[in-house]
Design a protein around this ligand. Structure first.
Ligand code: ZN
Ligand code: ZN
Length: 315
């Protein structure tokens, strides 16, 4: 399922199987998660430099030849030589290439990936359950790390990433407040099932104040709302790759040593940490499955909030 130009819909195309070069793996895709970033790519809010492009950056599949199951995340290649790469911040590498943006991704039957950026996925998890760990899980994990030891955690936007972060946070003994779109009772119910102490909308105020908040929804208005809900010394982490304009911020919302920061991409260290942590924390993915041919439907369902938790496409 490829996209031909900015603003074009996903289109089914037939291509010969890709060929793995030196250091690459040819992977038969079992499942590929869908992500809000895919919508930003489709809509042109995140630029694709070369078309046509196969989207999809949460890939689980079997390596042709040896049958090993691997996961392929968003980070597809880094230079290894720049100051960021050498300082352990390869997520910020200016030459980084990303799966499903600069490299053809997993909305396909077969894909090719640099072996150094592929990971073993937790044994015993079906591919559909494992795929959302590769972006929702990894980015969520990186966001949660930047919350330090915050006891009361707010999650703004309770989709694929938040439903995984919620489980880790509850397992770590934190208290979670889930903030959803108005009327999204499915997401609020899921949050309750996963151990959230409170679920509501951004107009409501979670009881007590928060020590940290993570905003996954691409909605700039949530930034002042989250800062208002966070106690002095607290942090607000922005987990998305794109966000609508942030309204003017009265300084008093940031005053009191509150921190506002974004999270960009992931490092391979994040992947190793989270994929080891997920089975220990007993993470279960709440997943809706679509056939690959319906990837465009899956993405529009994501846009409209028509499923709770995560969704994957299966060839
Ligand atoms: Zn993603
Ligand atoms: Zn680099």
């Amino acid at each position: 399922m490829a996209v031909d130009h900015r603003g074009a819909p996903l289109r089914r195309v037939e291509r010969p199987a890709p060929v793995a070069g030196p250091g690459e793996l040819l992977v038969r895709v079992e499942a590929c998660g869908i992500c809000r970033t895919d919508l930003h790519l489709l809509d042109g809010e995140v630029a694709i430099d070369r078309y046509p492009r196969v989207l999809g950056h949460q890939v689980v599949g079997l390596v042709e030849g040896d049958g090993r199951r691997v996961g392929i995340p968003w980070l597809g290649w880094t230079c290894g030589a720049c100051e960021h790469c050498r300082a352990g911040r390869e997520n910020l590498c200016p030459r980084a290439r990303f799966t499903g943006r600069d490299i053809d991704g997993g909305f396909a039957e077969m894909t090719v990936a640099d072996e150094r950026f592929c990971f073993d996925v937790p044994a015993g998890l079906p591919a559909e359950q494992a795929a959302p760990l590769l972006c929702a899980g990894l980015i969520g994990h990186r966001c949660l790390r930047f919350c330090g030891d915050a006891q009361r955690l707010g999650l703004y936007g309770f989709g694929a990433a938040a439903h995984l972060v919620c489980q880790v946070a509850v397992w770590e003994g934190r208290s979670v407040a889930a903030v959803t779109r108005a009327g999204d009772t499915a997401a609020q119910d899921l949050a309750g099932t996963l151990g959230a102490a409170w679920a509501g909308t951004a107009d409501e105020v979670p009881p007590g104040s928060l020590d940290a908040a993570i905003i996954f929804a691409p909605v700039g208005e949530l930034v002042p709302a989250a800062l208002r809900a966070v106690a002095p010394g607290g942090v607000v982490v922005l987990g998305g790759i794109h966000m609508s304009e942030i309204p003017p911020l009265p300084y008093e919302l940031l005053w009191g040593e509150r921190t506002l920061r974004s999270v960009a991409n992931l490092t391979r260290q994040d992947a190793r940490e989270f994929l080891a942590l997920a089975p220990r924390a007993g993470i279960r993915t709440h997943v809706t499955t679509y056939p690959l041919e319906l990837a465009a439907v899956a993405l529009e369902d994501l846009r409209a909030g028509r499923f709770a938790g995560a969704a994957v496409v299966v060839p």
